[in-house]
Design a protein around this ligand. Sequence first.
Ligand code: TXA
Ligand code: MG
Length: 342
Amino acid sequence: MNTQLIYLNPEQMNETELQKAVKILQEDQCIAIPTETVYGLAANALSELAIKRIFEAKGRPSDNPLIVHVSNMSMLKRCIHQDLSSRIMAIIDAFWPGPLTLVFKKSKLIPNEVSAHLETVGIRWPNHPIALALIETSGFPLAAPSANVSGRPSPTKAEHVLHDLSGKIAGIIMAEQSAVGVESTVLDVSGDDFRILRKGGVSLESLQHIDPAITYDDALAHPELTPKSPGQKYKHYAPSKPMLALSGNIESLVHHLKTMDLSQILLISTDEIINHLDVPYHLSLGSYHDHDLAMNRLFDCLRVSETLPVESIIITGFEDSGLGATLNDRISKASSQKLTII
Ligand code: TXA
Ligand code: MG
């Protein structure tokens, strides 16, 4: 398949180019689009054919539901079969548009293929001018998983999508790097207990600031339980080389790394740690205390690691609170081995 590359500048959108993208969507084809979290592989959420094409292009297991992206409240209301309580509205007002997906009871409008035959649907109002313009102009909600081949790190740059999906999808919108860099937090609001099913761009603490009753779903703390978010059970984000994840405080990590032979190993870590070591191959996630920057760089570092002449990778984790918990989650899922240094 010929993959059309469409260049769009979010500050000054070229109408002709935008229409090319809309035409692809109207023809029930898939197109990779930028969002503020990661690039998504978008198609008409109301078309079974379009949904089938997303699953095929990604090689995605059919039991893993897709997130539906909307651009206004009336579109949201058409997709769900549930009242918007004041509790839910407080969360929407605080975090939408933004990196938060809410799981609702779904309406009949949503095909079963989108929700993998669950009674619920995950919905997100993204905070990106190109994504919003595409939803508004095409007039239907867009189903969009991350635009990577299943199992690979999520794409935060158009070039990542080109690498994974060129020739397999109808188009790619070539825009700038995703600002957040990790996927949305998934919060289940379909019952009385609001539970986080996937860690992401909004932290537990900032959600609790609006609604103190929100907690992580039990399966996030206990990997032996079946996760309510089907995507959580699959291998994720893994680079093509073995990767060891080290967790601990800065001092203990530096101390441990100094005892190792790192000559053939890539170290992905923070400035505070890298600056204390003499390592030939290293990639920086920024400061240990700057979670936003580390999220922005993480998936790109995992992909760059594949181009370097090293046998394996060591990556260091973060303090496990705020968005540090999201970083640790992605690092842990991407790693083949984990070690806590005390
Ligand atoms: O930031 C994001 O969320 C990106 C951008 C493109 O919006 N999308 C994304 O989609 O990460 P995907 O398909 O890679 O991950 C969606 C996650 C999966 O873990 C899936 O199992 C979960 O959301 N999910 C979707 N619908 C759900 C539902 N009804 N119930 C529980 N989990 C759901
Ligand atoms: Mg994904």
